[in-house]
Design a protein around this ligand. Structure first.
Ligand SMILES: [Fe+2]
Length: 169
């Protein structure tokens, strides 16, 4: 029995505020991809789906005079760092197992190296799965951040994934 489900995460106001900012449809798609990849990479599917769902929770809005400023974003963004902390706080607050919360936070931190110092990172299988899942959903022009879907559809995809995770554990 999992102490925190994806539905719990989805329903939380923090998720609705910050995950919606970077695209709820993208987050849900990445969660599904991460679940699918978890099996072949011998990774816990619950942790993979949660990290996939929360991976972009750290995004900030880089607006300048009402327009998204890509230069500001490219030069100053730290969304993987902020996201790791935000995801960790949310998970712990909801009662997630502390070891799981740390693993998920690390997977959020390493899903992209865009905000990390240059280096040769040895990614754990879980970190690799979340990175690959994110890549699988990327679209030209960053369109994946702007795709939308209705809330009923979102919730049914989240619940479907919760059922899949429950039956795979
Ligand atoms: Fe992403």
């Amino acid at each position: 029995m999992r102490s925190v489900t994806l539905t719990d995460l989805y329903n939380h106001p923090i998720t609705q505020k910050y995950v919606r900012r970077s695209g709820m449809a993208h987050a849900i798609a990445v969660a599904h991809h991460a679940f699918d990849l978890a099996k072949e990479h011998h990774v816990n599917p619950d942790l993979a789906a949660k990290a996939g769902f929360l991976h972009d929770i750290g995004h900030y809005e880089w607006y300048n005079d009402g327009e998204w400023d890509y230069d500001l974003y490219r030069n100053y963004d730290i969304h993987p760092i902020k996201g790791a902390e935000r995801a960790h706080k949310l998970l712990v607050r909801l009662g997630e197992d502390k070891h799981a919360a740390k693993e998920i936070a690390h997977a959020v931190l390493f899903h992209t190296d865009s905000a990390l110092p240059k280096g040769d990172y040895q990614l754990s299988p879980l970190q690799k799965v979340v990175h690959l899942a994110d890549e699988m959903d990327k679209q030209p022009g960053d369109f994946h951040h702007y795709r939308s879907s209705d809330k009923e559809k979102e919730l049914s995809l989240i619940q479907e994934l919760d059922r899949k995770i429950d039956s795979s554990l």
